[in-house]
Design a protein around this ligand. Structure first.
Ligand code: NAP
Length: 428
């Protein structure tokens, strides 16, 4: 019997370096908890010539076969990122009888169900706490602590970059472009920020959460998605005057046998807990029939928090290695119909620029009324501009997304309407 639990890493970048440092710093504690020391066996990277802190040259390898060919490796940690070749590497590791711990939301969103089935078929575990919410425990609570609940809704702020940007826009009154430049300078946004600002990253994460919370297979491209690029300092200021803040919310719920999943900038009531989650923090709220509402909040990224989640999975599975415990059977996911955005219901905020003349308001109200959309408030915050444009902000009562789309198309076509600005859902 081996004297250690052998762990190999696929990737030693930002997160990998954090995992290696934490494994070294916590070695004696982890050994005491698991019952044997954890040994770093092999580390796969692209550039094998680079010296890496905490690693000897013989540990660094450039081919997956060098990892999977090592009989001392019992757990593989995948932290290379991206879909390919990470997905194939995870699959090969599972098929070779290794437990796998991954931080890869893209792979888990696109192929999680399939990979979990492969793990079950090979009597090993695939754990992925770090793939959603960085250091915040969400996968663990959903897999264990909330298991007795029928989860009816998930509402989350799960992208630190966009939350940092929206918070800065709110606190500084700054515009999107200035805040993006600042976030890039500070390293909170990538040079190509598309995956974050268009909501793609958040869509991966909400798809992963749907798999666990509802036991539903939903592809990330089935998540109705709107990024934050169209949000202006005016929207933020209007929201504030209405008593709301704008957050990029990732949400999912079951509605009459279908799953509705969205990533959308949303007006959140200023007193709601999610409204107070600022900067790079993340938060995930679940609603369960037994527990009610629970909110998990904390750091959603960075080497420390992400290592915390990765190593929790490693320690959990290392105990299985030591005790010989077998994983629980995986329950295959069901495929539910995905609700179209037209089926979603919400209260809405609409910003509409019109010609400043009598009767305009009544005409817009009539179009909304034709679609059974009742207006909760109409406010003209500022005077009309010199060219005779007045900006009106409508809020509605609960309305169907389909009715709203029809009404907005009709309003856009009106001769007195100069622009329909943002149309955003409201929560809380
Ligand atoms: N950054 C965060 O805060 C955070 C938070 C939660 C989850 N995650 C997830 O953690 C994962 C890693 O993120 P990261 O920020 O550490 O990425 P990173 O800094 O880009 O590191 C990637 C590592 O993987 C290696 N690698 C990439 N492609 C490879 C290939 N084809 N063959 C061999 N090695 C390859 C790279 O080798 P070289 O060093 O030779 O280039 C590097 O060591 C991603 O899935 C990410 O989504 C990150």
């Amino acid at each position: 019997m081996s004297e250690t639990v052998g762990v190999s890493l696929l990737g030693a970048g930002n997160i990998g370096a954090g995992v290696i440092a934490a494994l070294s710093a916590g070695a004696s504690r982890y050994a005491a908890r698991v019952g044997r020391p954890i040994e770093v066996r092999r580390v796969l990277v692209r550039d094998t010539a680079r010296v890496r802190a905490g690693l000897a040259p013989h540990q660094i390898v450039g081919r997956l076969e060098d990892v999977l060919g090592d009989p001392g490796t019992q757990i593989v940690i995948e932290i290379m990122g991206g879909e390919h070749p990470a997905r194939e590497a995870i699959e090969a590791a599972l098929r070779s009888g290794r437990h796998v711990v991954t931080a890869n939301k893209e792979v888990m969103a696109k192929a999680g169900g399939e990979l979990l089935q492969i793990a079950a078929d090979h009597g090993v575990r695939l754990l992925y706490e770090a793939s959603v919410g960085g250091g915040i425990p969400v996968i663990g609570p959903l897999s264990r602590d909330l298991l007795a609940n029928e989860v009816s809704a998930i509402t989350a702020i799960i992208n630190g970059t966009t939350n940092y940007m929206l918070t800065a826009m709110t606190q500084q009154g700054a515009d999107y472009a200035d805040v993006l430049a600042e976030a890039q300078r500070l390293g909170y946004a990538e040079p190509d920020p598309t995956a974050d600002v268009e909501g793609i990253d958040a869509a991966y994460k909400i798809a992963v959460l749907c798999g666990l919370a509802f036991n539903v297979e939903i592809r990330p491209d089935e998540v109705a998605r709107q990024g934050i690029t169209s949000i202006t300092a005016r929207d933020i200021a209007y929201a504030e005057r209405l008593g709301y803040v704008i957050k990029l919310l990732a949400s999912a719920r079951l509605i009459s046998g279908a799953v509705a999943a969205t990533v959308q900038p949303t007006l959140v009531g200023a007193n709601e807990p999610l409204a107070k989650v600022d900067g790079v923090l993340n938060a995930v709220q679940f609603e369960g029939d037994l527990v009610g509402r629970v909110l998990f909040e904390g750091p959603g990224a960075g080497p420390g928090p992400t290592s915390s989640s990765i190593l929790a999975d490693v320690l959990d599975v290392a105990q299985d290695v030591v005790t010989g415990r077998r994983p629980l059977a995986f329950v295959p996911r069901r495929r539910l119909r995905v609700a179209l955005p037209a089926e979603h219901e919400a209260r809405y905020y609409l910003r509409i620029a019109v010609q400043d003349q009598p009767g305009v308001l009544a005409r817009i109200a009539a179009v909304l009324g034709e679609q059974q959309i009742s207006i909760a408030s109409v406010i003209q915050f500022d005077r009309a501009t010199a060219d005779g444009t007045a900006e009106l902000v409508f809020t509605t009562h609960q309305a169907s997304g389909g009715a709203l789309q029809t009404a907005v198309a009709a309003i856009r076509a009106m001769d007195v309407v100069r622009e329909v600005g943002n149309v955003l859902p409201m929560a809380g």
